[in-house]
Design a binder for this molecule. Sequence first.
Ligand code: MLC
Ligand code: AMP
Length: 505
Amino acid sequence: MTNPLYDQLFGSHIGKGSPLLRLADGSVVTYAAFLGLAAQMAHVLAQGGLRSGDRLAAQVQKSPEALALYAACVQAGVVFLPLNTAYTTDELRYFVEDSGARMIVCDAKAEQALSSVAKRAGASLETLNADGSGTLTDSARVMPEAFPTVERSADDLAALLYTSGTTGRSKGAMLSQGNLLTNAVTLAKQWRFTSADVLLHALPIFHTHGLFVATNVTLVAGASMIFLPQFNVDQIVDLVPQSTVLMGVPTFYTRLLDHPRFDRGLASGMRLFVSGSAPLLAETHIQFEERTGHRILERYGMTETNMNTSNPYEGDRRAGSVGLPLPGVEVKVTDPVTGATLPGDTVGQIEVRGPNVFKGYWQMPEKTAAELREDGFFITGDLGKIDEDGYLHILGRNKDLIISGGYNIYPKEIELVLDAQAGVLESAVIGVPHRDLGETVIGVIVAEPGQSPDLDRIMAAVQTSLARFKHPRRLVVVPELPRNTMAKVQKNILRGQFKDAFHPA
Ligand code: MLC
Ligand code: AMP
């Protein structure tokens, strides 16, 4: 019997009394206790009728129990579908129906709103709250602490992670056991993880960064994590002296640099700071080194591919570059029109191939074919160049995407909501520089002739349909949108016009 992801990440630690999670209140969850709970939850899933390959959608606050649910899914052969806690019921309905999830796990506060979603989809509903209470843990507590691991192969799906798209319809990226495992093993080795490491974990666990990069790497190494519900800069500063590694989005690092107590002495016990999910300004990299003596290690990845490149652990970590292809991963820069490989130092679209690259989009063969070539190269939608030393530099995006504090926001999704409002003729949503979040959202609206749209009502409509992090931080009305000769909206002109709207430093 084999289940490569379970066996290597979890099974190899069964019975170990060493800490996996250290919590903010000083308590510890050992590997043994964590895996016992995961096995109990796996029984609940199996008794709830979930079979190998079924999907489980989880919208739960970060907690040890929420992480155990991930382990339980892997052990029970169930495909884990984690969802951002900020998503509204409208957004959730789509994910549940599109994925055909057979079980939904949510906070008790959302139970009522989601019961109709579950009913319509024919899914069962369990609750799991931020403090670990709920129907899921109630049922799990009386189950045996061992579970016969369900057989899965490296090619079988382990997770379905939804990423928005340029058309506004989210796509479920199918990640296999092999995708996750090979990447975790590679990163643990590249970044020299050992069982002595203590990772300061303040990222959400519903995305690649917090769930697969941070958690899986820790598990591969048998290390431990200081497991925090969210990023709070004062708490991070307090806990840095007890940690060896921090992984974060660039906002973590700009906020740390703004903190008066964060300095060289405080960071002296740390061995590694990793940044990713959004561009780290070269200026942040340089200031961080001046302040702490540490060079942030920047890496590049995405939901569909896990991690593709990384600056070296030993060797030159270059500010403004995302480093070198990871072992086993091929990276090339191609002409967006012909697909031909471009010579070094020429800017083009970034394509990647390797054991990390996903299996395609759930039930979307056309979208898969458009982005995943037959030869296995995935067209990332990022633009960049490879320099003479082989380092990759990301220089822009070929996709209409805004990254705010490490969260991806596709303008189309917001434009569809704005366009549907009374008095709105059309809209364009853009990202503009923001000192804290990197980029933030502005909605540019054109009124219908003779109308003056009620911006407060429009914002209220946005709030009921879309997660908070996607809300425009400003709505502006303009007489018309700039268009090129093909009648395409020239967002670059709008971005130029509003670039100082949030007074970046
Ligand atoms: C929170 N808010 C955001 C936001 N995060 N708004 C826009 N963008 C964000 N990223 C909302 C809050 O709900 C709040 O609403 C208001 O904005 C201000 O919140 P805050 O207190 O300043 O934010 P905070 O809660 O501190 O969160 C900021 C953050 C967080 C950067 C710490 O967003 C975060 O942890 N980001 C990490 C995202 C991540 O893990 N990305 C990885 C994707 S995987 P209100 O109502 O109070 O105004 C991936 C692949 C790869 O990309 O390569 O890794
Ligand atoms: P997601 O779809 O949430 O996984 O986000 C993936 C996208 O985040 C990539 O396609 C890039 O545009 C961006 N990204 C991730 N890491 C970096 C990085 N280090 N520098 C710049 N952009 C990044």
